[in-house]
Design a protein around this ligand. Structure first.
Ligand code: HGY
Ligand code: MN
Ligand code: MN
Length: 416
């Protein structure tokens, strides 16, 4: 029997259509969570769900679900596929969207083939996976998995001073369903790797077996504004210089560690931010990640100790606010092995790997067996308009998702 395959033109066409929604006046793709452009992307996704004849459900944190529940199996726990369609600033078109649209594509292909699933199949688009406007990231799936109270999440104040609950109301995506209203039998997320490994190894499929821990903090350094021309260096309480020392410390430490530890300062602002005024305040974010919890704790500890030292030496104050903290996650071995065997059956090589990026799968793994499938990213580039994956790799990944779902949806028993 020839292998079933997804509808390539439909998937690639939708990826490009969704990728053209939410361009700002500089032509950058920006669909920040619960923004007007996020609404446009959501509306397009919901329209495709309806065209596919799926039941559409939206929960209180704005997670969107397309549900295929044939009468005979409607009361069984569903297979859940999905990812996110919100983006970072000046994003690529594949991050998140590829997994959501491939999940929808798999359901449509199975429906068109007259497949009778042993359980419902659901595709999800989780709210605010990126965490750029509202922290933490993976917020929608974290709430869905019971890791964050819905009320607390909805009250989150964004970097622009808005409140996500108000914004979801405003864009019409504060839904009626309780987060967690469906407990998945299993969850599979297809995603671009966003890193250099698969391309370098020339392997088309990543069987993702774990995902590294994430620590997000916001650091506020308080100094004292003074004249840039008249203030001797020895008399300065320069918040900007103190911040620079911390950024350099993080990079030097991560580089010297010989471990996969990574550290990033992605946002920084100075006050009063004037060319001839010594900064009185520096506010910046620190993103630390490591596959091992103990090492991640060591990194956090080292940062805290260095901040104390800088405070004393530069005569500044330091405040830390925790924005997100997720321990490393192990995915479900059975599903990982299913991904590998599906790849083998299609004559594709695969390799086991750790996810460097955070994903909704790490949250849903709290309530169901979960795993991920990666496809190569050209140059390992992501969170950048140059993010790209070859069509052949996109289609291979979607067909592996189709095969894994088909096998899981043929089983009447309770094993994943
Ligand atoms: O931060 C992450 O790793 C993801 O892109 N939200
Ligand atoms: Mn993503
Ligand atoms: Mn991302």
């Amino acid at each position: 029997m020839s292998k079933q395959t997804i509808n390539a033109a439909r998937l690639l066409g939708r990826l490009r259509t969704l990728g053209s929604i939410g361009l700002d006046d500089e032509g950058r793709l920006v669909r920040l969570a619960a923004s007007d452009t996020d609404r446009l992307g959501r509306d397009q996704f919901v329209a495709w769900l309806k065209q596919a004849g799926l039941q559409v459900a939206i929960d209180r944190i704005g997670n969107v679900f397309g549900i295929w529940a044939p009468e005979a199996v409607a009361d069984r726990q569903p297979l859940m596929l999905g990812s996110h369609i919100d983006t970072v600033i000046n994003a690529g078109i594949y991050d998140g969207c590829y997994g959501v649209l491939s999940g929808l594509e798999v359901i449509e292909t199975l429906k068109e083939e007259g497949f009778q699933p042993s359980r419902p199949i659901v595709v999800a688009a989780f709210t605010n996976e990126e965490g750029v406007r509202y922290a933490p990231d993976m917020m929608g799936s974290l709430v869905y998995a019971g890791g964050l109270d819905a009320e607390a999440a909805l009250a989150t104040v964004g970097t622009d001073g808005t409140i996500i609950g108000d914004e979801l109301q405003r864009i019409g995506y504060a839904g009626p369903y309780a987060p967690g209203f469906l407990t998945p039998h299993a969850y599979i997320e297809l995603h671009i790797e966003q890193g250099p490994v698969l391309e370098r190894e020339r392997v088309p499929i990543g069987a993702v077996e774990n995902l590294q821990g994430i620590s997000w903090q916001r650091v506020t350094i308080g100094g004292d504004a003074n004249h840039a021309g008249t203030t001797p260096i020895s008399m300065r309480q320069d918040a900007g210089h103190a911040a620079a020392r911390v950024i350099t410390f993080l990079r030097e430490r991560a580089k010297a560690s010989n471990t996969p530890t990574v550290a990033t300062v992605g946002c920084i602002s100075f006050e009063p931010n004037a060319i001839n005024v010594i900064p009185s305040r520096a506010i910046f974010t620190v993103d630390l990640r490591d596959p091992f919890e103990e090492r991640l704790k060591d990194e956090e500890e080292a940062l805290s100790t260095f901040l104390e030292r800088v405070a004393a030496e530069e005569r500044v104050t330091v405040q830390i606010e925790r924005l997100a903290r997720f321990e490393p996650v192990q995915f479900d071995r059975t599903i990982v092995e299913l991904v590998e065997s599906a790849a083998r059956d299609r004559g594709l090589t695969s390799q086991r790997m750790t996810s460097g990026a955070g994903h909704d799968a790490q949250m849903i793994a709290r309530i169901a067996p979960a795993a991920m499938i990666f496809v190569p990213s050209i140059g390992g580039i992501s969170h950048n308009p140059r993010e790209h994956t070859l069509d052949a790799d996109l289609l291979a990944g979607a067909n592996i998702l189709l095969d894994v779902v088909t096998r899981l949806a043929q089983r009447a028993d309770e094993s994943p």
